[in-house]
Structure formats: C-alpha cells, structure tokens
Design a protein around this ligand. Structure first.
Ligand SMILES: COc1cc(O)cc(C/C=C(\C)CC/C=C(\C)CC/C=C(\C)CC/C=C(\C)CC/C=C(\C)CC/C=C(\C)CC/C=C(\C)CC/C=C(\C)CC/C=C(\C)CCC=C(C)C)c1O
Ligand SMILES: C[S@@+](CC[C@H](N)C(=O)[O-])C[C@H]1O[C@@H](n2cnc3c(N)ncnc32)[C@H](O)[C@@H]1O
Length: 327
C-alpha cells in the first residue's frame, strides 16, 4: 500500500532528524535533553513510542503486526508437526498441565485467544466431555429405574454431552484458523466450538462474557501486551480467570547454557529442514529471549487489573503458567 504523501514527507523529515539526533548522540548530546529543540524532543519521544521488537530486530509498531502475520501464515501447515519435533512432544504435556490448572466446571465459557490450530480448545472439549460423562454415569447409576429410551436420549444429545460448556478460538491469522478447522473436522470436534478471526488487542466480544480466558504461546507475539491484557480483563466476567502459558526464563545456569545451544543451533535448522523456513524459527527463539521474566510478567498482569496473580514455572522455567482473577 502506498503511504499518503504527508506520511512520506513525515518519514523523510523523520529520517533527517534521526541523522541529526545520531549526530547529537555522537557529540554526547541527546535530543531528549531539556536543551534540545522542542520539535526534536517530541520526535524522539514519538520515535521511542512507536518502535518495538520483532525478535532481535527493531521495527516500527506498524510493521510488527504484519511480520508476525507472515510468520504464522508461513508455518501454519507445518505448525503442529514442528512443535512435536522441536519439543519432542513436551509441548503436549505443558498444554495438558494448563488444562489441569484450569479444571473447568460444567457450563464454562472459555475464550482461547491466539488459539491457532486449536490445541487448547480440543483439550478443553475432551476435559469437559469426560467430566460430563462421568457425572452422567453417576446419575444413571443413581436412577436405576430409567427406561432404555431415556438412557439413549441422555447419550444422544451432542450439545449436552459438554454439560453446556463452550469454547471460542480467536486468532488473528486466517491460515492458522484454517488448519485448526480442518483438524477439528478430521478429529470429530464440532459441538461447543466456534472459530473467530480477531486481534487480542481489540477483541470482537462484549464485556463480561467469558468465565476463562486462555492464551498459550500467543502473547509473546502481540505488539502491545498491556493492551491485550486489558482486553482479557474486559471480556472476562467478574470472578473470571486469566491463564497464560508462555515461554519464560530458565533459572538453572547449566540448563540455560544447553537451552541456548539447542535454541539457537538446532531450532532454526529444524525449521529449515522440516518447514523450509529458517527465519520464522529464528524469530521464535529470539522472541522467547525478549519476553519478560516470570516476575515482570506477573506485574504486567497485575497492572491490567487482575488479582491473586500467581505463576508456576515448568521444565526449569522454559515455560510458565500465569494465572489471575478478575474480581
Ligand atoms: C514461529 O513461531 C512458532 C512456531 C512454532 O512451531 C511454535 C511456536 C510456539 C511454541 C510451542 C507451541 C511449543 C512447542 C515448541 C517448542 C518447545 C520449541 C521451542 C523449544 C525450545 C526453545 C527449546 C526447549 C526444548 C525443549 C524443552 C524440548 C526438549 C529438547 C531436548 C531435550 C533436546 C533435544 C536434543 C537434541 C535434538 C540433540 C541435539 C542438540 C544439540 C547438538 C544442542 C545441544 C543441546 C543439548 C545438549 C540438550 C538441549 C537441552 C535443553 C533444551 C535444555 C534442557 C531441557 C530440559 C530440562 C527438558 C511458535 O511461536
Ligand atoms: C505459537 S502460536 C500458538 C497457537 C496455540 N495457542 C498453541 O498453543 O499451539 C501463536 C498464535 O498467536 C497468533 N497471534 C499473533 N498475534 C496475535 C494477535 N494480535 N491476536 C490474536 N492472535 C495472534 C498467531 O496467529 C498464532 O496462531
């Protein structure tokens, strides 16, 4: 898309100023100094405000969304196989643990943001269905005098087999959702499941809608994490729970060395060999290193208005699950 002329002019002036500022820096002066011209100070503030990171690269906030989109558009078809190969299946255990922490009750309305190919949603559906079946069996055992027709009816109602629980998978990327929908079809997930295209920073849902909000390996990719956390808070019902599974900081120096070696020497190679995409997997490992520590992220969640914020580090801190409540 061509930039409007005023934008082009602004960016040209910006470039001029940035050289001027670079000159100031070389001379030991800073444009943010009180002595610097007001226009230079404003521009320097604006530049700082609009710059962010895409892995180890510094990019503008406008650019970041597009770059993240390209990454997941590119990896979508190989996404699931890559996760199994890279983590030797460990990501499945982490996702199971998220569900065990959640322990959803019958009737839970879950929103899984950045839900991609549906791993969290499918685990949720399995969990609520098995809970509901167990409850039904208990009830049937208690009502021994039910007719066969009544028993058959209990088992036939597909919607009811979830005990009223529902999950909405929301993701910004069409390709990831497409793979997720195909997986759902192939694996027989239909009832209680909806797919919505949407941005974590501007969720297309009303206030106070969901009992639980999950985001697994998603928030690291969002441009304004604080904005996504505020949106999570907005769409949760009072009493609702926020749960985030994300890469975090390794706390053991020896494991940290091995982890770095594996991340930077092996993962991009696997990305190239399996998915034909070195860059996306280089972005993955770089973005992991840029993500805040367990404690820093906890503070960010509190700043968004959540209470009783806790976290649990898994596999020496390679990942962590953060939890918080909207009161
Ligand atoms: C583009 O963006 C993305 C694309 C995606 O496909 C996925 C995501 C989001 C991520 C997920 C949904 C989770 C699944 C993906 C991963 C777990 C990949 C990321 C993995 C890491 C950053 C590294 C951590 C890996 C593990 C914990 C898996 C276990 C791996 C091993 C035990 C190592 C396997 C060893 C070899 C293959 C031998 C060859 C290795 C070398 C020559 C290098 C030296 C390495 C070692 C000596 C051992 C490695 C040690 C560690 C990894 C640390 C210790 C581990 C434990 C304590 C378990 C997405 O955003
Ligand atoms: C690593 S995948 C995680 C998928 C899934 N939750 C899982 O655990 O396998 C990250 C997902 O975040 C999505 N994503 C990135 N930025 C987003 C945003 N601003 N809003 C919603 N989804 C986003 C990507 O499209 C991608 O599907």
């Amino acid at each position: 898309m061509a930039a409007p002329r005023s934008c082009a002019l602004w960016s040209y002036c910006g470039r001029g100023w940035s050289w001027a500022m670079r000159g100031c820096q070389l001379l030991g002066l800073r444009s943010s100094w009180p002595g610097a011209p007001l226009s230079a100070r404003l521009l320097s503030q604006e530049k700082r405000a609009t710059e962010t990171h895409f892995g180890f690269e510094t990019v503008s906030e406008e650019e970041k969304g597009g770059k993240v989109y390209q990454v997941f558009e590119s990896v979508a078809k190989k996404y699931d196989v890559m996760n199994d190969m890279m983590s030797l299946g460990i990501h499945r255990v982490w996702k199971d643990l998220l569900l065990w922490k959640m322990r959803p009750l019958p009737g839970t309305q879950l929103l899984d943001v950045a839900g991609g190919t549906g791993d969290i949603a499918f685990r949720f559906l399995n969990y609520v269905q098995s809970q509901h079946q167990r409850k039904q069996k208990r009830q049937l055992r208690a009502q021994q005098n039910l007719s066969w027709e009544e028993i058959a009816k209990e088992y036939q109602n597909e919607e009811d087999s979830l005990g009223g629980s529902r999950v909405v998978v929301c993701d910004i990327n069409k390709e990831m959702l497409k793979v997720g929908k195909q997986k759902a079809l192939a694996q027989g997930y239909r009832a209680g499941l909806a797919w919505v295209l949407g941005d974590a920073e501007e969720l297309p849902f009303d206030d106070d809608k969901f009992d639980i909000y999950t985001i697994a390996f998603g928030i690291r990719n969002v441009t304004h994490i604080d904005q996504a956390l505020q949106e999570a808070h907005r769409v949760l019902k009072p009493g609702g729970r926020f749960l985030c599974l994300e890469f975090s900081q390794v706390n053991n120096p020896l494991i940290s060395r091995l982890y770095d070696l594996y991340s930077f020497q092996v993962i991009p190679v696997l990305g190239e060999v399996i998915a034909g995409d070195w860059k996306s997997y280089q972005y993955l490992v770089e973005s992991i290193r840029r993500f805040p520590s367990q404690e820093e992220f906890k503070e960010m969640i509190e700043d968004a208005g959540f209470h009783k914020v806790t976290y649990e580090s898994l596999t020496s801190g390679i990942v962590a699950i953060h939890s918080g409540f909207k009161l």
